[in-house]
Write a protein that binds this ligand. Structure first.
Ligand code: ADP
Ligand code: MG
Length: 451
């Protein structure tokens, strides 16, 4: 199950966290109900224990229901660079120090394996929610001078921050190959810094991060409350900005919302350009899906499936891509054309997870608003058509857009019976077929609710 656990981890925490932490673990098997892992160093072990163990346990459980617990032991064999005579207890103790960080040069780092070749400007789909971030990133990658310093990109998880950073690195390499570019996650920055401290080798560390033309630090919220790392980051940052070297930073929130980071750092982070990436809207999601679907060779993805995904998977782009990949993989495997039924089937869990956000309450308010009714009026016993119709539409939409059952929906509509809801759903289905005006109203409402 380890491979699949790793994939789950990667999906949830990203490639950076995976390669920095999880990739260092070795899977030893399952003993009774305990999954056994080993870590090369105490530092890595403790870090994973503290930050990732509960989720790891969940992932194991999801793959193998008999797993109830997880242990991470230290590898008994000492790390490669420890002294010979390895079997002695002292040598084992030596292995509890972190592995010496690989000292890649700045250029190597930029060209390095840590950049995803898929994350380019070409593959980035631009919409209202990300156009500023995109333009700013592009500017940095093409401008000869330093247009704004730093560029601070922020936005929720899975909205393209890392993608843009990698794109900057690729594009800079293309336009200005002489520039030394370093991309690093804040997590890795910290990991290397702490390792450098332990090896009393902070000189090489400083060289590596201060001796660059363009430094990109991803997910800087990560160093909140990590005092010494923050301090080092701040010095690195100041040195670079003072030398007119470009710095790009991302975080999951704006500089002022960063907690556990010193005020003087926060204020400097906001000196350049702060660009936020907003949640996607329906159009952008559809655009992204279309561009990904074109890349899915040999599989024809019907437009209605793309629209369905764009409407229903609203959480973030990573999940949206994952959903498309899953349906494509399924269709390819079973060798059947992709249909709506198949899509719904394959994505049941994802759709339900995304549904949770849209509540019956929101639907009721939106529909009442749309038809200029008061909510209480719409939920009342009144049967006048101008009130009963919107009520039926709201019931219909609750059935379509949430995973609530008919009786539950009935209860939420002033304690009505499930047969009333069923009747409303059928009625509205008929109306949509026969009455273009109503069909149009419903399409608009769906759009209002789902973007
Ligand atoms: P973040 O770093 O903000 O959490 P990522 O950059 O890792 O998000 O993006 C998550 C996934 O979504 C990546 O596979 C990325 O390529 C994709 N993605 C995000 N936004 C876009 C976009 N506008 N166009 C194309 N792909 C995108
Ligand atoms: Mg990221």
């Amino acid at each position: 199950p380890w491979g699949r656990v790793c994939r789950r981890f990667q999906n949830e925490f990203g490639d950076q966290a995976y390669s920095t932490w999880l990739d260092q673990l070795a899977y030893k098997g399952i003993d009774g109900y305990v999954a056994e892992l080993t870590a090369p160093t105490k530092f890595v072990r403790d870090w994973i224990q503290r930050h990732y163990a509960p989720r790891l346990k969940d992932f194991f459980l999801a793959e193998d229901p008999k797993v109830k617990d997880l242990t991470i032991r230290l590898e008994t064999r000492p790390a490669v660079q420890t002294a010979p005579g390895a079997q002695s207890p002292t040598a084992t103790a030596a292995s509890t120090y972190p592995a010496r960080p690989r000292q890649a040069s700045a250029q190597q780092e930029a060209e390095g394996a840590s950049l995803d070749p898929k994350y380019t400007f070409d593959s980035f789909v631009v919409g209202k929610s990300n156009e500023l971030a995109y333009a700013a990133a592009k500017r940095i990658a093409t401008a000869g001078e330093v247009p704004f310093n730093p560029l601070f990109l922020h936005g929720g998880v899975g909205l393209g921050k890392t993608h843009l950073m990698h794109a900057i690195a690729w594009e800079t390499r293309l336009n200005q190959p002489e520039k030394r570019v370093v991309y690093v996650s804040a997590e890795k920055f910290m990991f290397e810094f702490i390792a450098a401290l332990r090896f009393k080798d902070t000189h090489a560390f400083k060289q590596k991060f201060r001796n660059v033309d363009l430094l990109m630090v991803d997910d800087v919220q990560f160093i909140a409350n990590k005092d010494s790392t923050q301090e080092e980051f701040f010095h690195t940052f100041n040195t670079l900005v003072d030398n007119r070297c470009q710095v790009v930073i991302t975080a999951d929130r704006s500089p002022t919302d960063l907690e556990g980071i010193e005020d003087r750092i926060i204020s400097r982070l906001g000196w350049g350009l702060v660009a936020d990436i907003h949640p996607t809207d329906f159009e952008l999601r559809l655009g992204i899906l279309q561009s990904k679907a074109e890349q899915a060779k040999g599989v024809d993805v019907p437009v209605e499936v793309l629209e369905f995904l764009a409407r229903r998977i609203t959480s973030n782009v990573r999940e949206l891509e994952g959903a498309l990949n899953r349906v494509v993989a399924y269709a390819t495997l079973v060798g059947r054309p992709m249909t709506m039924d198949m899509t719904r089937d394959v994505l049941q869990d994802l759709i339900r997870a995304n549904d949770r956000k849209l509540t019956i309450d929101e639907i009721q308010r939106t529909v009442a608003d749309y038809f200029n009714l008061r909510l209480a009026e719409m939920l009342s016993e009144r049967r006048a058509r101008n009130i009963a119709r919107p009520r039926q539409i709201a019931m219909y939409l609750s059935k379509q857009l949430t995973s609530r059952s008919l009786p539950e929906i009935g209860r939420r509509f002033g304690g009505r019976d499930h047969t009333t809801v069923m009747h409303a759903v059928r009625k509205v289905e008929d109306l949509r077929r026969d009455d273009a005006q109503i069909d149009d109203d419903i399409c608009r409402l769906q759009r209002l609710l789902e973007c």
